[in-house]
Design a protein around this ligand. Structure first.
Ligand code: GUN
Length: 292
C-alpha cells in the first residue's frame, strides 16, 4: 500500500507557483490577485477560506477577503459579485459555499464572470470542460487528477467508480476521468444515494473516488484488493483529543480499507491540500489570461 501524500505534493506545487509569481514580478507584471467572499460564520467555511488566504500569501499572491453577515440579501451579494467582475485588479474570485438558504447559489454562480470563475462552477466553465475546451476546472477534481498524474497511476481502461454526484466534485470528476485524456480514458460509473447494491459496484472499482460526505462510509467489504482509493470526505466530527474540539474524518474507514489498496489518500493531508493548490493554479491562469 502506498500513501498518496497530498500535502507533500501540494507543497511542491506551491513552490512551483511561487517561482512563477517571481518571474511575473521580475517582468514588471502585477501579482495574481484572488478575492474570496465569505457569508456567515460556518466553521468549515471559515477554515477553508482561511487556508485559501494563507496559501495566497505563501505563493506571493495578493488576496482579499470580503465578509458578510448571514442576513445579507441576495441582491447585495449579487451587487458585490458584479463589482468584482468589473474590478480590473482582481484576476479571479470565489464565493464560498454553502450560502444561507435565502440566497440562490445558482444565481450567484451564474452572475460570476466566467473568465474570473476560478472555482470553475459557472455553467460556461462546466460546459466547456465537458466538451474539452479550455476552462477553469473545479478545484477538487483538478487536484485529484494532479495526484494521479504525479503518482503515475495508470487510468486508461480502468473502471473508476465515483460515489457522489455533487456539481463540485462527483459530476465533474466522472466526466474528467472519462475524457480521452491522460489521466482519463476510464470506464466511469457514478453512484449516489439512490444506487442499489452500492457495494457490488464499488467492489468492481480499480479506482474508487469517495465523495459523498458521510464519515467512514466506505468499509473494507466494499473495496477490491489492489484498488486505488481517493477519499474526498472532510466531515467534522466531535473529538476530545484536539484543541478545536473536532477532527476531520474522511468518507473511507482508513484503518480497515488501506491494507487492501495499492494507493490511498489520507484525511487530512490527502485531497484537501490539493484542492487549495488547484485554486491557486486557476488564479495564476486567470492572471496570465491563459484560459480566456
Ligand atoms: N465549498 C466546499 N468546497 C468549495 C469550493 O471548492 N469552493 C467554494 N467556493 N465553496 C466550496
Amino acid at each position: 500500500m502506498q500513501l498518496i501524500q497530498g500535502k507533500l505534493i501540494a507543497d511542491q506545487i506551491k513552490e512551483e507557483i511561487a517561482d512563477e509569481v517571481k518571474k511575473l514580478t521580475e517582468q514588471g507584471k502585477k501579482r495574481p490577485h484572488l478575492a474570496a467572499i465569505l457569508v456567515g460564520h460556518d466553521g468549515g467555511s471559515e477554515t477553508y477560506v482561511a487556508h485559501k488566504v494563507k496559501a495566497c500569501e505563501q505563493v506571493g499572491f495578493e488576496s482579499t477577503l470580503i465578509r458578510f453577515e448571514e442576513n445579507i440579501s441576495e441582491n447585495e451579494l449579487l451587487e458585490k459579485v458584479r463589482e468584482l467582475n468589473a474590478d480590473k485588479d482582481v484576476d479571479g474570485f470565489i464565493v464560498q459555499l454553502p450560502l444561507p438558504s435565502h440566497i440562490s447559489e445558482n444565481k450567484v454562480i451564474e452572475t460570476i464572470d466566467p473568465s474570473k470563475d476560478v472555482d470553475g462552477f459557472h455553467p460556461i466553465n462546466l460546459g466547456r470542460m465537458v466538451i474539452g475546451l479550455p476552462s477553469y476546472v473545479s478545484a477538487t477534481p483538478a487536484g485529484i487528477l494532479e495526484l494521479i498524474r504525479r503518482y503515475n497511476i495508470e487510468t486508461a481502461g480502468k473502471h473508476c467508480v465515483v460515489v457522489g454526484r455533487s456539481n463540485i466534485v462527483g459530476k465533474p470528476m466522472s466526466i474528467l476521468l472519462g475524457q480521452k485524456t491522460n489521466p482519463g480514458n476510464c470506464t466511469v460509473t457514478m453512484c449516489h444515494s439512490r444506487t442499489k447494491d452500492l457495494a457490488s459496484i464499488t467492489l468492481q472499482a480499480d479506482i474508487l473516488i469517495a465523495a459523498l460526505g458521510s464519515p467512514e462510509f466506505v468499509t473494507q467489504n466494499m473495496v477490491k484488493e489492489g484498488a486505488v482509493v481517493i477519499d474526498v470526505g472532510t466531515s467534522r466530527v466531535a473529538s476530545t483529543e484536539t484543541k478545536s474540539g473536532f477532527r476531520l474524518k474522511g468518507d473511507v474507514k482508513f484503518d480497515e480499507v488501506s491494507p487492501k489498496c495499492s494507493y490511498i489518500t489520507p484525511v487530512p493531508g490527502g485531497v484537501g491540500p490539493m484542492t487549495i493548490v488547484s485554486l491557486l493554479k486557476n488564479t495564476l491562469l486567470a492572471a496570465k489570461g491563459e484560459v480566456y
